[in-house]
Structures are given as structure tokens and as C-alpha cells.
Design a protein around this ligand. Structure first.
Ligand code: NAI
Length: 358
């Protein structure tokens, strides 16, 4: 380890969260990191990531950062949950009884927290993994639901993004109707495909791009969409660019070539660096902060976990993401700052109000 790479102690010393639970799972050689960042608004809640890291410290760092991100996500939506995240830092891909064993032992650890933290699926874990944890623990979100089969957050995420696009257009152009608007969806996976259907259903002009040519051609044919080559996405003339594939697509090079009025999509960590928000503002491109616009799935799952089973109610709550974005955009306009800065101010205000009511 070089001095540039902090160890466990330095990482925890430099973090201002509520606490970290660390356990080494001897049977699989895995590290379990449960980071509880903030519980001002409610119990820490966030997904469980499973990944092979070069060093376990990298897994801890991921847990710390991601749990902080969850604090902002819940607060942005003004939802009664706090920021938390689990990382299962595994030494090699785990399958069969080894995987089940680790998940069960993680479930027992969850139980020992007595409801201070709830988990769900994330990168490297599946709904089936969550069902395995749920065999021993009740603190699993996204498994006990209205339906018998596995639940899918993507349609709710897509609804939140669609309402976010409408709010962004309303703020940027004065008209929130997507009819006749050219909307470029990058990534026609679970969220992108559901979003595309909503866009077409509302009369929008759909442009699609994906590196998976077969999937792209299937969805483009079904929805009669214009196909854009992956390398042409950033320079294509459109009203809205909706990143729904990978992170860091917004960087100084791509921002310089964008020909859109709005960037609003589901992908996590769209900005390569926080300073890129100012570059978008300089180009008069309205950016819907990713952690605000893509929270629909998380929102619906926690509502279902709390017993809400009426689809209309779930959709109504998720649709409110549009109103939240409008508040943030208005604040950004008033303060002449980027929506990213305005979203942070909004989050701080919600957390301060939560703290004063505690
Ligand atoms: P997915 O894996 O179902 O779909 C991603 C699609 O992007 C795939 O079709 C893939 O071929 C395509 N793709 C990958 N690299 C690409 C590139 N360079 N250019 C164009 N297309 C590319 O993923 P899903 O669930 O639809 O999620 C999409 C994004 O939204 C991800 O960044 C995810 O982290 C984020 N997100 C998803 C949520 C959900 O409810 N599924 C919730 C919040 C965020």
C-alpha cells in the first residue's frame, strides 16, 4: 500500500457519517461494509453492492461515498429515509452455496441493526439475491411486494425521468408538452425502453442509440424511432438528451459538442466532474441532476415496502419528481447557479428542517 492509498482508519476518520459496520466473513474471505451516513429523515436505506475489489479499502470507500449519495437522494425527494449502503467486497465471483451463505450471514448482520438500515439490489446483486437475504431478514426492500414475481424498479424510474423531462422543458422553453419534441434516449435497456414508450405515447419524436445493435434495432422498429450511432449522440440536434446507459457521458469534450436544450436522463453519475455542471450552464443547457430525476424506482420500492399497493398512488408519488425539479430549477434561476448547486441547497434545507423536527 502506498501513502496515496488511505487505509481503513484514515477512510473512517475522514468521514462524517453516523457509523460503519465492518465484518470479515471468514468462510468466503469477503468483507461486509455497511455504511450508515445519515438518519435525520429516517432509517438509513440503500442498496447492497457485490464486487471484487483490488483492495478491501476500495470497497469501504465505495460504501462511504455511495451511502452519502443516498442521503442526498432521499432528502432531494423529501422521503423519510436516511443514507446507507452496503458493499460486499468479495475475493472472487461467488456462486451457489458460497453466495447463499454470505448473503444469509449479511442478513443476520442486518437483523442485528434492528431496522436502523434496510437494503435492496444494486450493482452485482439481483432480486434473487435479495430474496435469499429475505429468507433470514425482514429488512430487505424490493422483495415483499404487490406481485408474486420479482419486482422491477425500471418502469417507476422511467416515469420519474419522463416527468423530469417535462419539468425541464417547461422551465427551459415555457412549454412542458413533449409533443413534437426531439428526444434522444441513449441506452434502450430496462429504463430507456420504458421511457421511450412514454415519449412516443405522448407524441414526442424519438431518437435512439445503444451499443447493443440487436436490442436497438428491435426497440427502434417497434417504436418507429430514428437510430443514432453511439459516436454521433453528442452532436445530434435534439431538444432533450436523455442519458440512460452509462455514467460520465457529460465532460468538457462532449458538453462542447451538445446540440440540445436539456439533459435529463436516468444514468447515475452523469457528470464526469462536478465542475461540468457550470459548463452546461455556460452553454445554456438545462441539466436535471441525476440523483433527483432517477429516484422513481427507489421511491416506489420503499413505498411498497411500507405497504402501499395502489399503482395509481405509487405513480402519483413518483410523478412528483417533476415538481421537485421545478423547485430546484426555479432556485437555480433565482440564484444564477447551476441546478446541481441548487439541488444541494434544497437537500441541506430538507435535512435542516428534518433535524429541527427531530
Ligand atoms: P440496462 O443495463 O438495462 O440498460 C443499459 C443499456 O445501455 C443497455 O441496453 C446497454 O447496451 C446500453 N449501453 C451501454 N453502454 C452504452 C453506450 N456507451 N452507449 C449507448 N448505449 C450503451 O440498465 P438500466 O436498468 O436501464 O439503467 C440505465 C441507467 O440508469 C444506468 O446508469 C443505471 O445505473 C441507471 N439507473 C437505473 C435505475 C433502474 O431502476 N433500473 C434506477 C436509477 C438509475
Amino acid at each position: 500500500m502506498t501513502s496515496a492509498e488511505p487505509g481503513f482508519l484514515e477512510l473512517i476518520e475522514g468521514w462524517d457519517g453516523v457509523g460503519v459496520v465492518v465484518r470479515h466473513d471468514q468462510l468466503t474471505g469477503s468483507w461486509i461494509f455497511v455504511a450508515l451516513h445519515d438518519d435525520t429523515l429516517g432509517p438509513a436505506t440503500g442498496g447492497c453492492r457485490m464486487k471484487v475489489y483490488a483492495r478491501p479499502e476500495e470497497g469501504l470507500l465505495d460504501a462511504l461515498r455511495l451511502s452519502e449519495g443516498m442521503t442526498y437522494k432521499w432528502a432531494a425527494m423529501d422521503f423519510p429515509f436516511g443514507g446507507g449502503k452496503t458493499v460486499l467486497a468479495i475475493p472472487r465471483p461467488l456462486v451457489g452455496p458460497e453466495r447463499v451463505g454470505l448473503l444469509h450471514r449479511f442478513g443476520e448482520l442486518l437483523n442485528s441493526l434492528g431496522g436502523r438500515y434496510g437494503t435492496g439490489a444494486d450493482l452485482g446483486t439481483t432480486t434473487e439475491d435479495m430474496q435469499t437475504i429475505a429468507e433470514v431478514s425482514e429488512y430487505v426492500i424490493g422483495v415483499h411486494g404487490r406481485t408474486e414475481g420479482p419486482m422491477d424498479p425500471s418502469p417507476f424510474t422511467a416515469l420519474g425521468v419522463f416527468e423530469g423531462i417535462r419539468a425541464s422543458l417547461r422551465h427551459r422553453t415555457g412549454e412542458g408538452d413533449v409533443r413534437g419534441r426531439r428526444i434522444l434516449v441513449q441506452g434502450v435497456g430496462a429504463v430507456g425502453a420504458a421511457l421511450s414508450k412514454r415519449i412516443v405515447g405522448a407524441g414526442g419524436v424519438l431518437l435512439l442509440s445503444d451499443t447493443d445493435e440487436r436490442r436497438l434495432s428491435e426497440v427502434a422498429t417497434e417504436l418507429d424511432a430514428e437510430v443514432v450511432e453511439p459516436e454521433d449522440v453528442y452532436g445530434t440536434d435534439c431538444d432533450v438528451y436523455a442519458p440512460c446507459a452509462i455514467g460520465a457521458t457529460l465532460n468538457p469534450e462532449t458538453i462542447a459538442t451538445l446540440r440540445c436544450q436539456v439533459v435529463a436522463g436516468a444514468a447515475n453519475n452523469q457528470l464526469a466532474s462536478p465542475t461540468d455542471a457550470a459548463l452546461l450552464q455556460d452553454r445554456d443547457i438545462l441539466y436535471a441532476p441525476d440523483y433527483v430525476i432517477n429516484g422513481g424506482g427507489a421511491m416506489a420500492f420503499t413505498l411498497i415496502y411500507q405497504g402501499e399497493d395502489r399503482v395509481a398512488q405509487l405513480e402519483r408519488r413518483v410523478s412528483a419528481i417533476g415538481a421537485t425539479l421545478e423547485i430546484i430549477f426555479d432556485e437555480a434561476s433565482r440564484g444564477d447557479c447551476s441546478p446541481v448547486v441548487a439541488a444541494q441547497t434544497h437537500v441541506q434545507r430538507v435535512l435542516e428542517r428534518g433535524a429541527s423536527q427531530a
